[in-house]
Design a protein around this ligand. Structure first.
Ligand code: NDP
Length: 434
């Protein structure tokens, strides 16, 4: 805390990991003496830069860009870029720190990093977003590369932004390499990358339910968010016979008691990805649904919960509501959406809880597969990628159970942290004092 004053989200992420790992570290002298956790909490390097661009009215605008290269212990730095006004060093450090563990769980050779800018794409024209992305990449390009650091999307960085970023990277370097993932299919992207995080999260929930002797069939589900992760989480749930009751954005939640079916979801995708509108418009199109302004989904009774929007969107009181409504499981599509207090409530009630680093690892896993396809100069079919994604999620589930199983509860937080940590820690020790 003294070394990183005011970095609340970063402290929160490190504390959660440290608490669950401490008994394991104390049991293993090599990790304690090697000060592995302490070393891991200090990023390899942080790059901070000015991003100057011109808006449509000819005004000059200045934003701050970042890349946190946290650890390249088990592979090149890998993690998304976030464009959102709330972006700060603390948020990117928490995301980069989590990414090290998540990437380790995938079993792919990927280190951890994260970046972005305090730029708000909302309300900006396509040309303004393009100029911002070009200026951002003009600086970032010298720090990334297919064997160095491979950024991808995150909040506020979707297909459009990746196109502009990669276009500028290619122009500056005069080379077509897999230095960014989440690319469009026609210029090197992987099939199933857009779907991967949301689908992977549902695969993880299915594994966790099956481990507890249950399944997804006809389960009612709360999904938060209406962006990339939420859309494909909802899509896979519908495909597998569950009923999605809610989606949300930063304005509020829509509650559709009849269920959001494929047709309604297609409408939401068009609303969010093409028209870039607000989720509140849903009730004009589907008047039987309700719009809960300024509210999150967690007070609505349902079997399963999927927080897929942003950090700290599920707090202690929300967790109490879930428990009193007999929610059976929470699977995190977003990064650190649940506060520590909320996780304590959920786990104390023995409700299944799968943390983001395990549940949303499908996205970065398929990014890893995109890198492989780029290196091999081939494309795999959607079925092939989906099968590999499923296999990776099942493998992560197995590892969480291996390290997190107790007599009456599977502690997925502990399981994920220990499984991810031991691989990174052993590698760090192999490198000596670095
Ligand atoms: P998008 O930008 O596509 O969507 C984000 C969604 O969350 C939007 O509906 C947005 O609403 C909502 N949201 C953002 N900030 C807030 C807030 N402060 N309060 C309430 N709602 C908010 O991002 P993604 O779907 O890509 O990312 C969602 C989460 O998943 C993030 O935590 C991200 O780090 C994580 N993640 C994403 C991966 C990916 O592959 N994309 C991979 C692994 C994790 P609004 O439009 O109103 O801002």
């Amino acid at each position: 805390i003294k070394r990183n004053p005011g970095e609340l989200e970063f402290h929160q992420a490190v504390e959660e990991v440290a608490i669950s790992l401490m008994p394991f570290i104390l049991d293993h002298d090599k990790y304690r003496v090697g000060r592995v956790l302490e070393r891991l909490t200090e990023p390899d390097r942080i790059i901070i830069f000015r991003v100057c661009w011109e808006d449509d009215l000819g005004n000059l605008r200045v934003n701050r860009g970042y890349r946190v290269q946290f650890s390249n212990c088990i592979g090149p730095y890998k993690g998304g870029l976030r464009f959102h006004p709330s972006v700060s060093l603390s948020i990117l450090k928490f995301l980069g720190f989590e990414q090290i563990f998540k990437n380790s769980l995938t079993t792919l050779p990927l280190g951890g990093g994260k970046g972005g800018a305090n730029f708000n794409p909302k309300g900006k024209s396509d040309r303004e977003v393009m100029r911002f992305c070009q200026s951002f990449m003009t600086e970032l390009t010298r720090h990334i590369g297919a064997d160095i650091d491979i950024p991808a999307g995150d909040i506020g960085v979707g297909a459009r932004e990746i196109g502009y970023l990669y276009g500028q990277f290619k122009r500056l370097n005069n080379r077509h390499t897999g230095a960014i993932t989440g690319k469009g299919f026609d210029y090197g992207g992987s099939l199933m990358r857009p779907e991967a995080t949301g689908y992977g999260c549902v695969y993880m929930m299915r594994e966790a339910l099956s481990h507890a002797g249950d399944d997804l069939d006809r389960k009612t589900c709360l999904v938060s968010g209406a962006g990339n992760v939420a859309q494909f989480c909802a899509e896979k749930l519908i495909q597998l016979g569950a009923k999605v009751l809610t989606m949300s954005d930063s304005g509020g939640t829509i509650y559709d008691a009849e269920g959001i079916n494929e047709e309604k979801l297609t409408w939401i995708k068009e609303l969010k990805n093409v028209r870039r509108g607000r989720i509140s418009e849903y009730t004009k199109q589907f008047p039987k649904a309700e719009y809960l302004e300024g509210k999150r989904p967690w007070a609505i009774p349902a079997d399963l919960s999927f927080p897929c929007a942003t950090q700290n969107e599920l707090e202690e009181n929300d967790a109490k509501n879930l428990v009193s409504n007999a929610c059976q499981a929470v699977c995190e599509g977003a990064n650190m959406p649940s506060t520590k207090e909320a996780i304590d409530v959920i786990q104390a009630a023995k409700v299944i809880f799968v943390p983001g680093k395990a549940a949303n690892a499908g996205g970065v896993a398929v990014s890893g597969l995109e890198m492989t396809q780029n290196s091999m100069r081939i494309h795999w079919s959607a079925e092939e990628v989906d099968q590999k994604l499923l296999g990776i999620m099942q493998n992560i589930h197995r590892k969480c159970v291996r390290y997190g199983e107790t007599d009456d509860y599977t502690d997925y937080v502990k399981g994920a942290n220990i499984a991810a940590f031991s691989k990174i820690a052993d590698t760090m020790l192999a490198y000596g004092v670095t």
